[in-house]
Design a binder for this molecule. Structure first.
Ligand SMILES: NC(=O)C1=CN([C@@H]2O[C@H](COP(=O)(O)OP(=O)(O)OC[C@H]3O[C@@H](n4cnc5c(N)ncnc54)[C@H](OP(=O)(O)O)[C@@H]3O)[C@@H](O)[C@H]2O)C=CC1
Ligand SMILES: O=C(O)CCC(=O)C(=O)O
Ligand SMILES: [Mg+2]
Length: 743
C-alpha cells in the first residue's frame, strides 16, 4: 500500500456543511498539496445522488458518476480514507423540493411518482426511494462508531460554558410513551446457529399467504429480532396523549426519526397527524383522499394539497382546522413566525437533536406565541424513550447540568453492516391484512412469529456477529486507553438486548479487562448512573447499540459542549480503512437560512478540523507518509489554539463567522508548520505564508466581516451555483491571494 498515492476523499454534501466546504476545502487542498497529500472530492449531496441516478433522462454533459456507490465500495478496502460531512437524509417533501429545483435548473428529471401505476413509474419511484431518508450513512459505515469530545474541546467548554436553561422541580415537561402494543413490548429475538436463508411470510387469518420478503441470507452467529407496533394501540395512545397535554397545559410535541427510520416512522408520524386533526380527517375524508393528501409526509402535505381545491372548499377545511387547533393542546413550533408546527414536516424535528435541545432549554419548546413552554414529548415506542425521561427526572431533581464542571459521556456504538433498527428498512412492512407474520428458515422452521392486524407495522432487524465482536473490542480498547469506566446499555427485558448480553459476556473474556470497570445496565439505569457521574465531573463511556449511539451522541455533547458539532467521530472500518465523520450532528438547515438572509454563517467547522487531523494521521500511518503525519499533528495544534483563542463562529451577524474562523485556522496551521523542526523544507514553505497572514490579519478579518449584513444569492438550495457560492464563501481577496501563493 505504501507505493500508492496517499489520498483523502472529502465528501461534498448539503446545506451548511456544504457551504462551509467552499471556504475550507481550498485551504485544505492548498496545504496538503504542498506536502504531497492528495485530497479529492466526492459528491454525495442529495442533488448529486438524484442526478447520478437518472443518466438516461439527462444530457450527456449533465450526467455525473454515482460517487456514493464508489465510496461504499472503497469503504470496504484497507486504503479507504474518507472524510464524511453531514448530509441531508431526505424526507419526501425535501426530495420533491430538490427534484423541482433541479428541473428548474434544466435537468429533465422525472417527478416523484407518489402512486406509481406503470412499470416505468414504479422503477422511477424505486430509484427515488433509494435516495430517500438516511441513504448515505448506512452505505459508508462499514465499521463501528467511536464518538467523543477531545480534551481540548472539553476544556474549551469548561472555560467558555454555553448557556444552559435552568431546571425547576416544578417543570411539567415529560416524555409520554405507549404502555403496550409497541415494538418494545413485542420484540422477539434469537441467534442464528448455522447459516441459512429466511423468508418473511404473512399468513392471513383466512389462510391467504403473502411472501413479504424471500431469500434473506443470514450468517452463523447473527442476531435477528422482530417486533410489531399495533396501530390501534398507537392511535389510542396518541388520542390519550393529546387529551393529557391539553389537561396539563403543556405543548404537544412528537419526536421521531422519520429520516433514518424511513419506512416505519413516517407511518407513525402520519397517524399522529390524523389523530391530532381527527375532526378534519373524519369530516373531509373523501375530499382529502381525492386530492391525494398523504400525511405520512406531514400536515404540510395536507396544506399544500388544499391548493387544488376550489376556494370555498379550501376555506371550509381551513376553518375546520382552526376549530381543531382551538380545541386542542398547543403544538410545539418549528417556526412560530411562519406558523410551522412540529407536525408539518417529518424531517423538521428529529429526535436525536430535538430532545437534547429541549432538555438544554429547561425542558421547554417554542409555542405559537414564540415563547418557551413546558412540553409533553411524545415518543410512542418505549425502547429508548426512558433515557430521556430519566434525564428529565435527573434535571428536575438536581437542576440543570453545569457545562463548566460536568464530566463527559463518550460513546462506542454498534453500527457496522447496517446493524439493528437502522438497517431494518428493507424488512419493515405496513401489514396489508390481519394474520400472522412468520420468519421461516430454509428448512421451513418458523423462527419468529407475531399476530398482526391490518395497518400494523412489523419489522425485522439483523446484527451480524463480526461487528458485535469488533464493538466489544472497541469498547475495551477505549476503556483502556482513556482509563474510563464503560457501561453497556442493554435491557435484559428486551429480546434483542438479551441476546446481545450473552454475546458481550462471551466476547469480553477474549480481552484483557483487568483493572477496568465494565458494567451492563438497562438504558434507564445507565442514564442515571452516567448522569450522576457527569454531575460530579466524572467520565463514563456509553457502549450502545445503533439507535442509542445516535441519540446519546447528540444528547450528551449538546449538554456538555453546546453542540454535537464539536465531536470527534471516528469509524474504524472493519477492513482497516478509516471513515472520519465531522461532528455528530446534521446539516443545520437553519444556518443556511441565516446565511442567505444576512450573510452570516454560524456553522462551526470544528468537527471538520478534528476529522481531518485524524484522517491525516491515519493516512500517515497507513502509507508510512511522514508529511501526512506532520500535517495532522500541526493541524491538531492549530485546532487547539483556535479553541484557546476562541475563534469559533459567533451566532449573530457582524462578528466572526465560519469563514473568518477558517482564516484563523489557516494562519495557526501555517504557523505550526513553519515552527516545527521535523521537516525543514515544509517549514520554509509555510513561513512566508504564516507571515503574510499575520501581517494582514486585521485587513482580512475586516474583509470577512464587512461582507456580512446583507442577503446572499447562492443560486440554489439543494444545488447551489458553484461560482456564486464560491464568491460568497471566499469574500477576502487578500486571504485568497495569500493562499494562492502556495500553489
Ligand atoms: N451525519 C449526518 O449525515 C447527519 C445528517 N442529519 C441530517 O441533517 C438535517 C438536519 O437535521 P437536524 O435534526 O435539524 O439536526 P442538525 O444537527 O443539523 O441541527 C440541529 C442544530 O444543531 C446545531 N448544529 C449542528 N451542527 C452544527 C455546527 N456544525 N455548528 C453549529 N451548530 C450546529 C444547530 O443549532 P443552533 O440553531 O443552535 O445553531 C442546528 O440548528 C436532516 O436532513 C438530517 O437528516 C442529521 C444528523 C446527522
Ligand atoms: O443518517 C442519518 O439520517 C442521521 C445520522 C445521525 O443522526 C447520526 O449518525 O448521528
Ligand atoms: Mg444523530
Amino acid at each position: 500500500m505504501s507505493n500508492q498515492t496517499p489520498k483523502i476523499l472529502y465528501t461534498l454534501t448539503d446545506e451548511a456543511p456544504a457551504l462551509a466546504t467552499y471556504s475550507l476545502l481550498p485551504i485544505v487542498q492548498a496545504f496538503t498539496k504542498s506536502a504531497g497529500v492528495q485530497v479529492e472530492t466526492r459528491d454525495i449531496s442529495l442533488s448529486g445522488r438524484i442526478i447520478s441516478s437518472f443518466p438516461e433522462y439527462l444530457k450527456p454533459e449533465q450526467r455525473i458518476n454515482d460517487d456514493l456507490a464508489e465510496l461504499g465500495q472503497i469503504a470496504t478496502t484497507p486504503e479507504a480514507n474518507i472524510v464524511k460531512l453531514p448530509n441531508i437524509s431526505a424526507s419526501v417533501p425535501q426530495l420533491k423540493a430538490a427534484i423541482k429545483e433541479l428541473q428548474a435548473q434544466g435537468y429533465a428529471l422525472p417527478d416523484y411518482p407518489e402512486e406509481p401505476k406503470t412499470e416505468e413509474e414504479k422503477s422511477i419511484k424505486a430509484k427515488y426511494d433509494k435516495i430517500k431518508g438516511s441513504a448515505v450513512n448506512p452505505v459508508l459505515r462499514e465499521g463501528n462508531s467511536d464518538r467523543r469530545a477531545p480534551l481540548a474541546v472539553k476544556n474549551y467548554a469548561k472555560k467558555h460554558p454555553h448557556s444552559m436553561g435552568k431546571w425547576s422541580s416544578e417543570s411539567k415537561s415529560h416524555v409520554d410513551s405507549m404502555s403496550e402494543g409497541d415494538f418494545y413490548g413485542s420484540e422477539k429475538s434469537l441467534t442464528i446457529s448455522a447459516a441459512t436463508s429466511v423468508s418473511i411470510e404473512l399468513v392471513g387469518n383466512d389462510g391467504k399467504k403473502e411472501v413479504l420478503k424471500s431469500g434473506l441470507k443470514l450468517q452463523e452467529g447473527e442476531v435477528i429480532d422482530a417486533s410489531t407496533l399495533s396501530i390501534s394501540a398507537l392511535k389510542a395512545f396518541l388520542k390519550k396523549a393529546k387529551a393529557d397535554a391539553k389537561a396539563k397545559g403543556v405543548l404537544f410535541s412528537l419526536h421521531m426519526k422519520a429520516t433514518m427510520m424511513k419506512v416505519s416512522d413516517p407511518i407513525i408520524f402520519g397517524h399522529a397527524v390524523k389523530v391530532f386533526f381527527e375532526p378534519v380527517f373524519t369530516k373531509h375524508a373523501a375530499t382529502l383522499d381525492s386530492i391525494g393528501v398523504d400525511v405520512n409526509n406531514g400536515f404540510g402535505d395536507l396544506l399544500a394539497n388544499l391548493e387544488k381545491l376550489p376556494a370555498d372548499k379550501k376555506a371550509e377545511i381551513l376553518a375546520d382546522i382552526d376549530a381543531c387547533y382551538a380545541d386542542s393542546p398547543d403544538v410545539a413550533m418549528v417556526n412560530s413566525e411562519k406558523g410551522i408546527t412540529n407536525l408539518h414536516v417529518p424531517s423538521d424535528v428529529i429526535i436525536d437533536a430535538s430532545m437534547p435541545a429541549m432538555i438544554r432549554s429547561s425542558g421547554q419548546m417554542w409555542n405559537k406565541a414564540g415563547k418557551l413552554q413546558d412540553t409533553k414529548a411524545v415518543i410512542p415506542d418505549r425502547s429508548y424513550a426512558g433515557v430521556y425521561q430519566a434525564t428529565i427526572d435527573f434535571c428536575k431533581k438536581n437542576g440543570a447540568f453545569n457545562p463548566a464542571t460536568m464530566g463527559s459521556v463518550p460513546n462506542v456504538g454498534l453500527m457496522a453492516q447496517k446493524a439493528e433498527e437502522y438497517g431494518s428498512h428493507d424488512k419493515t412492512f405496513e401489514i396489508p391484512f390481519a394474520g400472522t407474520v412468520n420468519v421461516v428458515d430454509a428448512d421451513g422452521k418458523v423462527l419468529l412469529s407475531h399476530q398482526v392486524e391490518a395497518g400494523d407495522i412489523w419489522r425485522m432487524c439483523q446484527t451480524k456477529d463480526a461487528p458485535i465482536q469488533d464493538w466489544v473490542k472497541l469498547a475495551v480498547t477505549r476503556a483502556r486507553l482513556s482509563n474510563t469506566p464503560a457501561v453497556f446499555w442493554l435491557d435484559p427485558q428486551r429480546g434483542h438486548d438479551a441476546e446481545l448480553i450473552k454475546k458481550v459476556n462471551k466476547y469480553l473474556p477474549n480481552h484483557d479487562t483487568s483493572g477496568l470497570e465494565i458494567h451492563i445496565m438497562s438504558p434507564v439505569d445507565a442514564t442515571i448512573f452516567s448522569c450522576e457521574r457527569i454531575k460530579e465531573g466524572k467520565d463514563t463511556i456509553s457502549v450502545t447499540g445503533n439507535v442509542l449511539r445516535d441519540y446519546l451522541t447528540d444528547l450528551f455533547p449538546i449538554l456538555e459542549v453546546g453542540t454535537s458539532a464539536k465531536m470527534l467521530s471516528i469509524v474504524p472500518l472493519m477492513n482497516g480503512g478509516g471513515l472520519f465523520e465531522t461532528g455528530a450532528g446534521g446539516s443545520a438547515p437553519k444556518h443556511v437560512e441565516q446565511f442567505t438572509e444576512e450573510g452570516h454563517l454560524r456553522w462551526d467547522s470544528l468537527g471538520e478540523f478534528l476529522a481531518l487531523a485524524v484522517s491525516l494521521e491515519h493516512l500517515g500511518q497507513t502509507f508510512h507518509n511522514p508529511e501526512a503525519l506532520l500535517l495532522g499533528e500541526t493541524l491538531d495544534k492549530a485546532t487547539g489554539r483556535w479553541l484557546e483563542e476562541d475563534k469559533s463562529p459567533a451566532r449573530v451577524v457582524g462578528k466572526l463567522d465560519n469563514r473568518g474562523g477558517h482564516f484563523y485556522l489557516a494562519m495557526y496551521w501555517a504557523e505550526e508548520l513553519a515552527k516545527q523542526t521535523k521537516d525543514a523544507a515544509l517549514a520554509a514553505k509555510f513561513a512566508p505564508l504564516a507571515k503574510a497572514m499575520e501581517e494582514n490579519e486585521a485587513k482580512i478579518v475586516e474583509e470577512y466581516n464587512s461582507s456580512q449584513g446583507k442577503p446572499v444569492d447562492i443560486g440554489g438550495y439543494y444545488r447551489p451555483d458553484t461560482v456564486k457560492t464560491s464568491a460568497a464563501m471566499r469574500p477576502s481577496k487578500t486571504f485568497n491571494d495569500i493562499l494562492a501563493q502556495l500553489a
